[in-house]
Design a protein around this ligand. Structure first.
Ligand SMILES: Cc1cc2nc3c(=O)[nH]c(=O)nc-3n(C[C@H](O)[C@H](O)[C@H](O)COP(=O)(O)OP(=O)(O)OC[C@H]3O[C@@H](n4cnc5c(N)ncnc54)[C@H](O)[C@@H]3O)c2cc1C
Length: 355
């Protein structure tokens, strides 16, 4: 029997475990190392902040209800080829491991995950955020990328009387996507009442009594709440001692076409943390998890493994409130597909409630 450890029980980690757990006790001894006792779908959270009691109920689920594997609630702090040191000072050994520790949002300080919180504490905290938002009039969102745009759409649609300001530092929101996609997002958000302020590197003045966003023209926008959406930091610190030459200049893990760390055949790295040349999305973390689980099972059975084929070009499904959206595929936009994401409750049920 081979010992396998999965580090990180987010979208990629849970998906790989769903596939591997069928072989538990027979071919595999499986352990998950994840500090939290729950999984939360990041893209559901933007809707959960305006609908914490109904939709918000679905977006977070206890790990023990999804997979039945040994779960150590700790963080990986140092990785070796066949063992790992955790932040509870425990050392665990393995034959194979999969790293799926993802990334952490920069900004969104108030909404950030606290690794020590339990499922119930996180649920209460989120309900409190939602209550706080309900009571505020003027909302500023800094950053017009996918997250800022989706959040603006959710808030403006749920609360038509609130003033929502979206600040972005280039000449169009969703700037990595096609001009047509930016134009549509701009139009739909404007129709929902969002005021979009482009070409501005917003300066924030915040203290206990007031919150002000200053745009490039020097205009001061007094607001009640500020959401900062500044992209992500990749969680790969635990590789810095033994595998520093396996991290690229974006802090991503260098992997081969089988998603194994270059030159280290017993360690796979999937999802946001690897340097696979494709956009970082939950749907693609799941695709990588499926390929990895299948290759590990093939390896156990002495069969030939298959490389992972990255999706080339941009692919994004962006919601603009509950009724509208953009579906950008590698060479074409098929926005009607965005309604599929809406109908499938943003894929939350597939990830958390289906085996
Ligand atoms: C607000 C937002 C909106 C998004 N919208 C979309 C969307 O619409 N569609 C889409 O497909 N994608 C979307 N994404 C991207 C998607 O969420 C990520 O690509 C996906 O979650 C990556 O999966 P992952 O398994 O690599 O990492 P994650 O899902 O982030 O999971 C990482 C896990 O590792 C754990 N962890 C971290 N450090 C350690 C450690 N040292 N030891 C052990 N465990 C650790 C964390 O607690 C976490 O559970 C969005 C992301 C955000 C933040």
């Amino acid at each position: 029997m081979k010992k396998i450890v999965v580090f990180g029980g987010g979208i990629g980690g849970i998906s790989v475990l769903k596939k591997l757990e069928k072989y538990k006790g027979d071919k595999l001894d499986i352990t998950l190392v994840e500090p939290k006792d729950y999984v939360e779908v990041p893209y559901g959270m933007l809707r959960a902040i305006v609908d914490p009691l109904d939709y918000g109920k679905k977006v977070r689920r206890r790990i023990s209800e999804i997979v039945k594997v040994r779960h150590i609630q700790a963080k990986l702090v140092k990785l070796h080829k066949n063992k790992a040191i955790l932040d509870n000072d425990q050392t665990i050994t393995f034959d194979y491991c999969i790293i799926a520790t993802g990334s952490t949002s920069r900004g969104f300080e108030d909404l950030k995950i606290n690794y020590k919180q339990s499922f119930n504490e996180r649920k209460k905290q989120w309900e409190a955020y939602a209550e706080q938002l309900k009571s505020k009039e003027k909302i500023a969102i800094i950053g017009g990328g996918t997250v800022g745009v989706e959040l603006a759409g959710e808030i403006a649609e749920a609360y038509p009387n609130k003033k929502v300001l979206l600040f972005h530092n280039s000449d169009r929101i969703l700037s990595p996507l096609s001009k047509g996609a930016s134009k549509k997002a701009h139009r739909v958000l404007s129709e929902l009442g969002v005021q979009i302020i482009l070409n501005t590197r917003a300066t924030i003045e915040e203290n206990n009594n007031s919150k002000v966003v200053i745009d490039n023209s020097g205009k001061r926008h007094e607001v009640d709440i500020i959401y900062k959406s500044f992209g992500n930091v990749i969680n790969t610190d635990f590789l810095k001692n033994n595998f520093s030459n396996k991290i690229d200049n974006k802090n991503q893990i260098k992997v081969n076409s089988y998603l194994q760390i270059e030159g280290v055949e017993n360690i796979w790295a999937i999802g946001d943390i690897n340097n696979v040349p494709e956009i970082k999305l939950g749907t693609l973390a799941i695709r990588q998890a499926d390929r990895t689980a299948s290759n590990i099972l093939k390896t156990l059975n002495g069969k030939k493994t298959k490389p992972y084929k990255p999706i080339k070009g941009s692919i994004s499904f962006i919601t603009l409130g509950r009724k509208n959206g953009i579906a950008q595929l590698p060479f074409i936009r098929l926005d009607f597909l965005a309604s599929y994401k809406q109908k499938k409750d943003l894929f939350v049920t597939d990830i958390l409630y289906k085996s």
